[in-house]
Design a protein around this ligand. Structure first.
Ligand code: 5GP
Length: 114
């Protein structure tokens, strides 16, 4: 069981900000911005590049819910805004092998990222 599956199962505590049948959003334990939430599918897809055609609707659901969670957290307005990031593999910075979308907001975010 991955760390994030344990969070889904409530075996490890997390500050959950949104949940539905397909996904869960919770605060990152080591926030890199005033708002830093991880949005994960309940299906344990290891990383984005390993999603399959059958996951198409789930991937779309995650993006739609990322916008909804940004709205819930008060950062969706265009004069605020947010960034979504998905890390795949070592060079991408992935450390947990369960697909997750980082939602970062609450301060201006530099571009390009480091
Ligand atoms: P990655 O580096 O794989 O893209 O992102 C993994 C994220 O999971 C990191 O930002 C890290 O801080 C977060 N994280 C790792 N362990 C835990 C945990 O036990 N609880 C929570 N809420 N976040 C975690």
């Amino acid at each position: 069981m991955t760390l994030f599956e344990k969070i889904i199962a409530r075996e490890i505590p997390a500050e959950i900000v949104y949940e539905d049948d397909l996904c869960l959003a919770f605060k990152d334990i080591n926030p890199q911005a005033p708002v830093h939430v991880l949005l994960i599918p309940k299906k344990p897809i290891p990383r984005v590049g390993e999603a399959e055609t059958e996951d198409q609707a789930l991937l779309g659901h995650l993006l739609l819910k990322a916008g909804a969670v940004a709205d819930l957290l008060g950062v969706k307005q265009i004069d605020k805004g947010f960034r979504l990031a998905i890390n795949h593999g070592e060079h991408g910075g992935e450390t947990v092998p369960h697909l997750h979308i980082h939602l970062l907001a609450g301060r201006p975010l530099a571009w390009p990222p480091g």
